[in-house]
Ligand binder design. Structure first.
Ligand SMILES: *[C@@H]1O[C@H](CO)[C@@H](O)[C@H](O)[C@H]1NC(C)=O
Ligand SMILES: *[C@@H]1O[C@H](CO)[C@@H](O)[C@H](O)[C@H]1NC(C)=O
Ligand SMILES: *[C@@H]1O[C@H](CO)[C@@H](O)[C@H](O)[C@H]1NC(C)=O
Ligand SMILES: *[C@@H]1O[C@H](CO)[C@@H](O)[C@H](O)[C@H]1NC(C)=O
Ligand SMILES: *[C@@H]1O[C@H](CO)[C@@H](O)[C@H](O)[C@H]1NC(C)=O
Ligand SMILES: *[C@@H]1O[C@H](CO)[C@@H](O)[C@H](O)[C@H]1NC(C)=O
Ligand SMILES: *[C@@H]1O[C@H](CO)[C@@H](O)[C@H](O)[C@H]1NC(C)=O
Ligand SMILES: *[C@@H]1O[C@H](CO)[C@@H](O)[C@H](O)[C@H]1NC(C)=O
Ligand SMILES: *[C@@H]1O[C@H](CO)[C@@H](O)[C@H](O)[C@H]1NC(C)=O
Length: 766
């Protein structure tokens, strides 16, 4: 895990090294980001042409190099450029940033019932007005989750289209587009919005699939499958292919989705390392979405449990961590001596209780290949004697996708992780399989050694209650934010473990390509799965309050969250943010911490962006009133984060305004819960409102002794009027154990280094 982070840290340096040594004749796709779209009737595309013309020397090469113009919702283009040409363009007037294209990764259903959200109270007339745009792998349009029987036509505001290549839209899936700027397709890709991967069908049906009784994954987890807002509409923007999700395509999808008229954007993908806001395609796209009244909900990433791994941390978006639900997928192992061992796996295969010979991988060594029991016990590909595992259940001391055993005609596989403790989430395999604890692994080995003819059987999977839920799963990326230490990220936790939802029948349910099962439902895990739960919740709030700003919707979701058990999370809010999402409460938050575009601009000024850049981004005359960079404490954020320099005293002053969206006459009283080291005062501590829409401010002072190497400490400030509970966590920290560097002095140096190296490579090319 530490290696992953190390890579992120080193990446800018590697990148710079690559740039310095580039073969500068190579044209590569670059994204030229130019901020807001120019007002008036200037043709944006012709401006892109003339910029390229001036750098490339001819109109025809300009035309050839231009791949996309972004012009519907913001301004910019994607073009094939050498490093020299890219550098020249980055110096031109109006250019905010030039981003080399790269690939980002893709990061019922019981989960809604688990959240106490049995079915939305809003009817089709309200929910049906809301359109969720998903940037993903497309959807399977004929999937039963997208059956539009009983749906009226899309809302009148909808301006999108349906690219009907091998695809048909209906009144549920109201729009579909696909983007592949590289024009590169693998065998399994279809040039169409049609989903051949499964991921996009899964996220879309989690968010807004219709209610389908009697659904299961090949008999497992049977029940009613349903999206969070089953009456809402879906707009599909397919940006992810077998090769990944390209930045150029992601920005084009944002450009379209905003102009098409979606209400919420759901993005279950991200980058493996942090970038500045205007070098990050999702931060850019979601900024323009916010400007247009659209909240973007995105996955926190699957790089946990190390600290500072959270991606998609722009304050204008909702960043979603993944938590468990109270259902575990269990597949039990029964040994010939009657021992019954519980394993975790999504096992749809039924051996009907028949016992088969059981062999330890270390006893099936391929000596011809020069292998040894020490390799074979991990069931590594070449280490096993395939003849010896045929017809047997194989015990492997490592995780495996099972494909080797399947190809060798083995009957099943029993695994124990090389390093992990108990598995927190389940995988699918192409054959009977289970993953047991290391302790139980010893029992299996003892049994095998104790008898001449060991036998075992793996029972068909079942689902058990998990009393520990909800708990943030280890893979869910953790805060703090690498770029803005004073903004608490992630924002919220939502179900992302073992989620049953729709699937593409063209994609095998396990990661093994030759798995011949074709299914309409599958069970998978990831922050990719938690994100659409939050997107649906946002859509639900939007349906109830069509005029609320993205910040208000986000605030409603965060302040109404359920408290997560701190004893189960050593990194507290850096794991779960404000807590566990609570859709039913989110539509009636009482108060909201609202924020406008101007508030985010002021935040960016504090973060060191200058007026020149911000005027381009906003397309107006925004200026940084207070040009000295500072802390982000005054952004009207619905949570609080105080990063303290090592050895310094705890000290911070935050101002906030809250808007009454509850009862007209209401009086809110603040309750402060803090660990003993930290002292917090709120002034005033009582806020009396006499109208809906009324705004009141308060100031919060946080003080405490000097701290050194202090991991996260946290508490909360809760406003209550007796009916509504408006809870905002406060975290104080200056140390995040496990990160390769442990303070922001190091971090900011790293950022500086990145800029310096970029600058020097630019100079080098001039
Ligand atoms: C869609 O749902 C309707 C009503 O439940 C049903 O009659 C119809 O067969 C479904 N269509 C498909 C393609 O599943
Ligand atoms: C359309 O999609 C189907 C899968 O449903 C695929 O088999 C077929 O090749 C596709 N057709 C085209 C023209 O891409
Ligand atoms: C288990 O029984 C079912 C139903 O009788 C049968 O279809 C299946 O093939 C059997 N499985 C094995 C591994 O024998
Ligand atoms: C041993 O490994 C070699 C090389 O991978 C392979 O060709 C051979 O089939 C293996 N033998 C058995 C019995 O699995
Ligand atoms: C929040 O601010 C926006 C823009 O500043 C405004 O349109 C909206 O009415 C405010 N209130 C809510 C609850 O969204
Ligand atoms: C503003 O910031 C940009 C990007 O860092 C830089 O190129 C530009 O020179 C700055 N402008 C001013 C006036 O400082
Ligand atoms: C920005 O300011 C200039 C000069 O004051 C003015 O001419 C222009 O109209 C303003 N632009 C916008 C978008 O407000
Ligand atoms: C709110 O309080 C004011 C004065 O206290 C009163 O005039 C008004 O009727 C009350 N409104 C509601 C909706 O209770
Ligand atoms: C934090 O960074 C400063 C400056 O680089 C360094 O002197 C200090 O030792 C670092 N503290 C920790 C805990 O790593």
């Amino acid at each position: 895990m530490a290696n992953t982070r190390m890579f992120s840290v080193l990446y800018p340096l590697l990148l710079a090294a690559l740039v310095l040594n580039c073969n500068c004749d190579d044209k590569k796709l670059h994204i030229v980001y130019m901020g807001d779209r120019a007002q008036g009737d200037i043709s944006i595309t012709s401006n892109h042409h003339s910029m390229l013309h001036s750098v490339l020397g001819s109109a025809s090469s300009a035309k050839q190099s231009l791949i996309y113009s972004y012009e519907r919702s913001f301004n910019g283009f994607a073009a094939k450029l050498t490093e020299d040409e890219a550098a020249s363009i980055s110096e031109m007037n109006g250019v905010v940033s030039v981003i080399p294209n790269r690939m980002l990764k893709l990061h019922t259903t019981r989960s809604w019932d688990f959240m106490g959200f049995s079915k939305g109270k809003l009817g089709a007339s309200q929910e049906g007005e809301v359109i969720i745009g998903l940037l993903d792998t497309g959807v399977w349009p004929e999937h039963p989750s997208f059956n539009d029987t009983g749906y009226g036509p899309p809302p009148a505001k909808w301006k999108g289209t349906c690219q009907t290549k091998n695809f048909t839209c209906n009144n549920k899936v109201v729009g579909a587009r696909y983007y592949n700027s590289d024009n590169s397709y693998y065998d399994t890709d279809i040039p169409s919005p049609r989903d051949t991967e499964g991921h996009g069908t899964h996220t879309a049906s989690t968010a807004a699939g219709i209610e389908l009784p009697g659904t299961s994954f090949l008999g497992l987890a049977e029940g009613v499958a349903r999206g969070g807002v089953p009456d809402a509409r879906i707009a599909v923007y397919k940006v992810c292919w077998s090769s990944g999700c390209s930045v150029a395509d992601i920005l084009k999808a944002f450009d379209d989705a905003i102009a098409d008229g979606v209400d919420i954007i759901s993005v279950s993908l991200g980058s493996g390392y942090p970038s500045d806001y205007f070098d990050d395609p999702i931060a850019i796209g979601s900024f323009h979405a916010m400007k247009n009244g659209i909240l973007t909900s995105n996955s926190a990433g699957n790089s946990g449990p190390d600290p500072v791994t959270v991606s998609n941390f722009a304050p204008w978006t909702l960043t979603v961590a993944a938590s468990t639900i109270d259902r575990r997928f269990v597949a039990n192992l029964v040994l010939g001596n009657g021992q019954f061992l519980t394993g975790i796996s999504i096992n749809t295969f039924d051996l009907n209780g028949t016992s088969y010979p059981l062999i330890w991988g270390g006893d099936a060594v391929n000596y011809t290949y020069g292998s040894s029991p020490d390799n074979a016990k991990y069931c590594e590909n070449d280490a096993l004697n395939l003849d010896m595992v045929a017809g047997k259940i194989v015990f492997c001391e490592d995780r495996s996708d099972g494909s080797t055993i399947l190809l060798a005609k083995g009957v099943g596989i029993v695994m124990v992780g090389k390093t992990e403790i108990n598995p927190e989430y389940a995988f699918s395999y192409p054959l009977p399989a289970t993953l047991i604890s290391p302790g139980d692994g010893k029992k299996v080995l003892d049994y095998i050694k104790s008898t001449k003819y060991p036998v075992a059987t793996i029972l068909v999977g079942e689902t058990w209650k998990d009393a520990m839920a909800p708990r943030v799963v280890s893979f869910s990326s953790r805060g703090p934010s690498a770029i803005s230490p004073d903004i608490l990220k992630p924002d919220i936790a939502a179900p992302g473990v073992d989620i049953l939802a729709g699937w593409s029948p063209l994609s095998p349910p396990s990661i093994y390509d030759q798995d011949t099962r074709s299914v309409y439902f599958n069970v998978i895990s990831g922050t990719s799965m938690s994100c659409p739960h939050a997107s649906a919740t946002a859509a639900y709030v939007k349906a109830a309050h069509p005029d609320w700003s993205p910040a208000a919707i986000k605030s409603a979701i965060m302040t109404s969250a359920q408290i997560m058990d701190p004893r189960r999370h050593t990194d507290l809010e850096f794991a779960y943010g404000s807590g566990h999402i609570n859709p039913a409460a989110a539509i009636d938050p009482g108060l909201v911490f609202n924020a406008s575009e101007t508030d985010y601009i002021n935040f960016l000024c504090k973060q060191g962006y200058n007026t020149t850049t911000l005027m381009l981004v906003t397309g107006d005359n925004s200026t940084c009133a207070n040009t000295t960079p500072g802390r982000a404490w005054d952004l009207n954020y619905p949570s609080f984060s105080l990063y303290v320099e090592d050895g310094q005293q705890i000290m911070g002053t935050f101002t906030r305004t809250v808007t009454n969206v509850g009862s007209p006459n209401s009086t809110y009283t603040a309750t402060i819960y803090m660990p003993p080291l930290i002292s917090v005062t709120v002034e005033p501590s009582i806020l009396a409102f006499s109208a809906v829409g009324e705004v009141q401010s308060f100031t919060m002072k946080v003080t405490g002794p000097a701290i050194k190497q202090q991991p996260i400490m946290s508490g909360a400030i809760t406003w209550s009027d007796g009916t509504h509970t408006v809870r905002t966590p406060l975290v104080v920290y200056n140390y995040f154990p496990g990160a390769p560097y442990n303070n922001y002095s190091d971090e900011s140096k790293l950022m500086e280094k990145e800029t310096v190296l970029r600058g020097s490579s630019k100079n080098h090319m001039h």
